[in-house]
Design a protein around this ligand. Structure first.
Ligand code: UDX
Ligand code: UDX
Length: 459
């Protein structure tokens, strides 16, 4: 089998950038990304590259270079499956909101739909690649569906988890630390390794068995999230002891066994993966009756929830124990900088908490729309949609957000926040003017010199 056509089901944050980079580096392979969401596909096909459905630095250039050449976006799912030798499954696997495992287990209904779709349509042998993050042993289920089609087609299932981080997706894909391929059939593994070998050095393409690959993805995210919760736990201790968490992070990060990355204390991690994957890990551990293992990892989430909560509690306490009727400017809504993704963003939970205390919020984010902010809040179901609309206003500029505000809460570490004219901002605000820096991006001494009452995490 030679790979001439690749199909990817799911045109999201993972499928879109990954396939664009595969297409760019494999001009002889036709890559088709399909999705049930026609609106999303239309946005990917929009001639105006500013309208692509996701924002990632460098992505628009690659799409401009490859789209219509060997990269295609389509809603014709069956046709794309039929013509491809290799099919990536990159659909979402949200935490279950119903039934057994509610609030913990991954909902695999979309994965199963994809597998059934492939089984129905396929007329020739296929390599099926799991790209979505999945519980360990999901490949078993996919295999069982595909192998029971009753026709004589061979399906080979591979696990090829994605390690890209949003905001740096393109550079992570172009220069990956490693590419992980789990599988049983050596030829299928070699075919996929070949696709990556077009730009990834061979020693970075790691081959394992299926289950190790699936578990490695969950474990990598759990370890990363654990580092954030660990430094956040220390940040609370710092606030009580006059130690400075930035100094502690630097001091421990210089130990080569610990390393400097992922030690930024914050309002808590967000994003579509960390919480979901840890809950998944906890659920799997519980299902094998491994109580201590489950409890150990669950604590990472408990710490993260605590960090979000105590940020808003500290703000309220400092504003003389009430924010009722007070304008609070929130800078940032995305879960991290350089993305328009807001899934599980700490800003949503902080906003919800402050609205419960009757604050009047004015939010500015360089990439997130008003519609998105409102739908994120409405999804929590805490109050009516009209109450959310009244309580949370979206500002078009940072200066509009801070005008007459009692306090500023920095939620996302967007670079532009650092270069604002903070003296001008100070003048626009009610006095005393407070800043609660949830990302430790501003300089305390500088802010104090301007006149701000400045509070950061772990300082
Ligand atoms: C998602 C998960 O969050 C991540 O854990 C997993 O590794 C990959 O899938 P992401 O790309 O960020 O990552 O999700 P999302 O942006 O929601 O994209 C998924 C796409 O799949 C959506 O556009 C959705 O419309 C599409 N989809 C979903 C299908 O095309 N068919 C389905 O049956 C279900
Ligand atoms: C993560 C993993 O990094 C990636 O490998 C995987 O494929 C998907 O999940 P992502 O969620 O896109 O990627 O972003 P990441 O950079 O990991 O940040 C996650 C959250 O942790 C963000 O809210 C970020 O602000 C927060 N964070 C990260 C901190 O609070 N402090 C840090 O030091 C690092």
């Amino acid at each position: 089998m030679t790979i001439k056509n690749i199909c990817c089901i799911g045109a999201g944050y993972v499928g879109g950038p990954t396939m664009a980079v595969i297409a760019k580096n494999n001009p002889n392979i036709k890559v088709t990304i399909v999705d049930i969401n026609a609106e999303r596909i239309a946005a990917w096909n929009d001639p105006d590259l500013n309208n692509l459905p996701i924002y990632e630095p460098g992505l628009a250039d690659i799409v401009a270079e490859t789209r219509g050449e060997n990269l295609f976006f389509s809603t014709a799912i069956d046709a794309a499956i039929d013509e491809s030798e290799m099919i990536f499954i990159s659909v979402n696997t949200p935490t279950k909101t119903y039934g057994k495992g509610k609030g913990m287990a991954a909902d695999l209904k979309y994965i199963e739909l994809c597998a059934r779709n492939i089984a129905d349509v396929a007329k020739t042998d296929k390599i099926v690649v799991e790209k979505s993050t999945l519980p360990v042993r999901t490949a078993e289920a996919i295999k069982s569906i595909l192998h029971n089609t009753g026709n004589a087609i061979n399906f080979h299932i591979l696990s090829n988890p994605e390690f890209l981080a949003e905001g740096t997706a393109v550079s992570d894909l172009l220069n990956p630390d490693r590419v992980l391929i789990g599988g049983e059939n050596e030829d299928a593994i070699a075919q996929l390794a070949n696709v990556y070998a077009a730009w990834v050095p061979e020693d970075k393409i790691l081959k394992t068995n299926l289950w190790s690959s699936e578990l490695s993805k969950l474990t990598a995210n759990a370890f990363l999230a654990q580092r954030v919760s660990s430094i956040n736990a220390i940040s609370e201790l710092c606030e009580h002891t006059e130690a400075n968490v930035n100094e502690v992070a630097k001091a421990i990060g210089m130990d080569s066994r610990i390393g400097p990355k992922f030690l930024n204390a914050s309002i808590g991690f967000g994003g579509s993966c960390f919480q979901k994957d840890i809950l998944n890990l906890v659920y799997i551990a519980k299902s094998y009756n491994l109580t201590e293992v489950a409890d150990y990892w669950e604590q990472v989430i408990i710490m993260n929830d605590h960090q979000k909560r105590r940020f808003s509690d500290r703000l309220i306490k400092t504003l003389y124990n009430t924010v009722s009727g007070k304008k609070i400017a929130m800078l940032g809504w995305a879960f991290k900088k350089d993305t328009n993704d807001t899934r599980e963003s700490a800003a949503i939970y902080v906003a919800d908490h402050l609205l419960n205390e009757q604050a009047e919020l004015s939010v500015y984010d360089p990439k997130v729309s008003k519609l998105k902010m409102q739908s994120d809040l409405n999804y929590l179901n805490t109050r009516s949609e009209s109450e959310n609309e009244t309580g949370l206003q979206t500002a078009h500029t940072p200066y509009e957000a801070v005008k007459e505000a009692h306090a500023i809460a920095i939620m996302t570490e967007w670079d532009e926040f650092k270069s604002y004219d903070w003296k001008a901002i100070y003048k626009e605000m009610k006095k005393p003017a407070f800043i609660f820096d949830g990302r430790n991006i501003l300089d305390k001494k500088e802010m104090n010199a301007i006149g701000f009452e400045y509070y950061a995490i772990g300082q």
